[in-house]
Each structure stands twice: as structure tokens, then as C-alpha cells.
Ligand binder design. Structure first.
Ligand code: FEO
Length: 164
């Protein structure tokens, strides 16, 4: 059975994952408005991934005899600047998520909850991937610059992202 403190911390994490989904959906809406359908697609796939992360935690809480308490999801930003600015925000956001996962893991270690440590390992690896994905796109955007043709190329590439 999950301890009360781990259950509370995982409920906070569910909120963070759902809030992340909402942030990425807002970024997707922004790119739709900019006629960058490929960027918008990438953000929608990310939105779905975050919902998937929330549901992994949701299921885990019940697998361990706990209870899920859903909380308020705050309104995401709706105005953004350049694609590079948006992906800098994505990286910053993912670094915060990584810090939150690391705190959960530290709590699981402190409580000698080995099942939670094992469960959280997947998220630790996933965050390496999440930060790498954002960093790769930031590097690409810096390299290609901001001409319309280079943005079109990037848009085509990000449009190829599919759900896992
Ligand atoms: Fe679920 Fe992007 O962290």
C-alpha cells in the first residue's frame, strides 16, 4: 500500500502531467494560428504523451491501493513568440518535470518503497528523452535560422511526429 505522503506527491504529479498536457495543447493552438501545422502536430502528440504519463500514475495509485484526487489545472499561457522561444519554454518545463520526478524518487527511497522506485525508473528514463527531444529541436532551430523556407522545412519535419 502507498504511504499517504507518496500518494499525495503522486497526486501532485498527476496534476503536473495534466497541466503539461494543457500547456502543450495551448502551444499547438498557437502554432495552428501561425499556419505552422507541423509544429502544431508535434505539440498535439506531446499533449497526448503527457495525458499518457498522467494515466500511468493514475493506474499505479490504484494498483497500490491508493486514491486519486484530481486538482485544478491552471490556465496555460496563450501568447508566444518565435518557435525557438516556444521550444526554450518546452525545455524549461521538462526540466521542472524532471526535478519533480527526482523528488518523488527521493521520497520513495526515503520510505524504502521499492515498488515505487521501480515504477519511477520508467519516468526517470522518459525525462532523459523529453529533455533531449526539446534540446534537439532548439539546436535545429538555431542552426537553420528564421527564414520562411527554413521554417517550412522544420514544420515538415515536426509534422512527421506520430503517437507512440
Ligand atoms: Fe510527462 Fe513531459 O513530462
Amino acid at each position: 500500500m502507498l504511504s499517504k505522503s507518496l500518494q499525495d506527491a503522486i497526486n501532485e504529479q498527476i496534476n503536473l502531467e495534466l497541466s503539461s498536457a494543457y500547456v502543450y495543447l495551448s502551444m499547438s493552438a498557437h502554432f495552428e494560428g501561425e499556419n505552422l501545422g507541423g509544429f502544431a502536430n508535434w505539440m498535439r502528440v506531446q499533449y497526448q504523451e503527457e495525458n499518457g504519463h498522467a494515466m500511468k500514475f493514475f493506474k499505479y495509485v490504484y494498483d497500490r491501493g491508493g486514491k486519486v484526487h484530481l486538482k485544478v489545472i491552471s490556465q496555460p499561457a496563450a501568447k508566444f513568440k518565435t518557435p525557438l522561444d516556444v521550444f526554450n519554454l518546452v525545455l524549461e518545463h521538462e526540466q521542472n518535470v524532471t526535478a519533480s520526478i527526482n523528488k518523488l524518487y527521493e521520497l520513495a527511497v526515503k520510505e524504502k518503497d521499492y515498488a515505487s522506485q521501480s515504477f519511477l525508473q520508467w519516468f526517470i528514463n522518459e525525462q532523459v528523452e523529453e529533455e533531449k527531444n526539446a534540446t534537439d529541436i532548439i539546436n535545429m532551430l538555431k542552426m537553420i535560422g528564421t527564414t520562411p523556407i527554413s521554417l517550412m522545412m522544420a514544420d515538415r519535419q515536426l509534422g512527421a511526429r506520430k503517437n507512440n
